[in-house]
Design a protein around this ligand. Structure first.
Ligand code: AMP
Length: 394
């Protein structure tokens, strides 16, 4: 079965065509800067690597270009649109309505729209991707895979905020959790690698967005993001945890509007706010040159991760492994080292030369005396979406 996986963002569409159950990747690609004159379309198959700049005004036009590429006589990977039997969509927020992957129905679309208030940057473009795919792939089943689904197992004591109960019961104000597709994928890989029947794992997803999950026996039991993908760790441009009194102070004493506060905390904070860049590669280069702001920002970033490790060891009463994943987690030996230094009380001991090795494979980077395994597990949210879509349809 050929499954097209679509991750439709506000100005981008990522896609992969995956053959299941073999998991063979037929092609992958990305359209960035939708709505701008110089949108970039990249497309990779086993034999070709293309990049074009074009004006792509809307998602519809972007998806049409993807269809043209898939069917292209020279560089395409299918001959007929009917060869795509399912389209798997990443949907960020499924509220409490979805603990599993779902076949898209009018009711499912209505729910995704309803939860757009909880994920205004993500759900509207995820839904747009579904609507356009329904038109472009009328023969395919449309499947929605929710980032929040993996976290539906978080117990109430960790899920509820300590505010009056009616906000939880009537308004759904609670921890939802995010990056679930990634945390599920990498923790399952780790459990299979470690061959553990019972396991206590901390999954650390460090990309543009960053989050951590405590995973007991394959199930999420606590998570660093909450109601929206904004709190917890320090991220590219999001502050992560901050005392909510700061928001009142900004509004009441400094005259900020709520929109300005939102912008400040989600787009101008985090590593961006601390260093002027949200790209960790630039920050690391500057730190190596001795830039004290960048050195401190990296230390703050790692310090926050350490605090969550401590919290989750306490919550799980033990720890078998920690996993680093996503752009930073997979590539930044510097962040991994900062996180794992002075953690011998927890039985975490890094092998510094293994930490420096570059690889695209799952790898173990702890020393031989480390009680806890330290793993780098490349995430693959697209493959996880294809697996879940395939699982639903077979
Ligand atoms: P993601 O959201 O998973 O694509 O991750 C994006 C983040 O990964 C950005 O902050 C990049 O700076 C970071 N990143 C990507 N490659 C590297 C690398 N080789 N070293 C350090 N950070 C990296």
């Amino acid at each position: 079965m050929n499954i097209l996986v679509i991750n439709s963002g506000s100005s981008s569409i990522k896609f992969q065509l995956i053959q299941m159950p073999s998991e063979a990747l037929l092609c992958s690609g990305l359209i960035e800067r939708i709505g701008e004159k110089d949108a970039i379309l990249s497309y990779i198959t086993n034999t070709v690597k293309l990049q074009k700049t074009d004006y792509i005004s809307k998602h519809k036009q972007g998806l049409n270009k993807i269809v043209d590429l898939l069917l292209d006589a020279e560089n395409g990977v299918i001959k007929n649109i009917k060869e795509i039997e399912a389209v798997g969509h990443r949907v960020v927020h499924g509220g409490n309505s979805f603990s599993n992957t779902a076949l898209v129905t009018p009711e499912v679309k209505r729910k995704i729209q309803e939860f757009a208030v909880l994920a205004p940057l993500h759900n509207p473009s995820n839904l747009e991707g579904i609507l356009v795919a329904e038109e472009d792939f009328p023969f395919a089943k449309q499947i929605a895979v929710f980032d929040t689904a993996f976290h539906q197992t978080i117990p109430e004591k960790a899920r509820k905020y300590a505010i009056p109960n009616n906000f939880y019961e009537e308004q759904g104000i609670q921890v939802y959790g995010f990056h679930g597709t990634s945390h599920k994928y990498v923790s399952e890989k780790a459990i299979a690698y470690l061959q553990l029947e019972k396991s206590k794992i901390i999954s650390i997803h460090l990309g543009n967005g960053c989050s951590m999950t405590a995973v007991v026996n394959g199930k999420s039991v606590d998570h660093s993001m909450g109601f929206a993908p904004s709190n917890g760790l320090i991220m590219g441009s999001r502050s992560g945890d901050i005392d909510h009194s700061v928001i009142f102070y900004l509004v009441d004493s400094l005259g900020y509007s709520l929109e300005e506060v939102n912008n400040l905390l989600t787009k101008e904070s985090g590593m961006q706010g601390l260093t002027g860049s949200n790209d960790l590669r630039d920050i690391e280069k500057e730190a190596e040159k001795g830039n004290s702001e960048c050195i401190l920002a990296l230390e703050m970033n790692a310090y926050r991760i350490k605090k969550f490790i401590g919290t989750y060891v306490a919550v799980m009463n033990g720890l078998d492994a920690i996993i680093f994943t996503a752009g930073i987690g997979e590539n930044s030996s510097m962040i991994r080292k900062l996180v794992c230094t002075d953690m011998d009380f927890f039985g975490i001991d890094l092998d510094e030369s293994k930490n420096e090795e570059k690889s695209q494979e799952l790898r173990e980077i702890n020393s031989s005396i480390s009680k806890v395994k330290v793993l780098v597990v490349p995430t693959n949210e697209e493959l996880e979406i294809a697996k879940q879509a395939f699982g639903l349809l077979t």
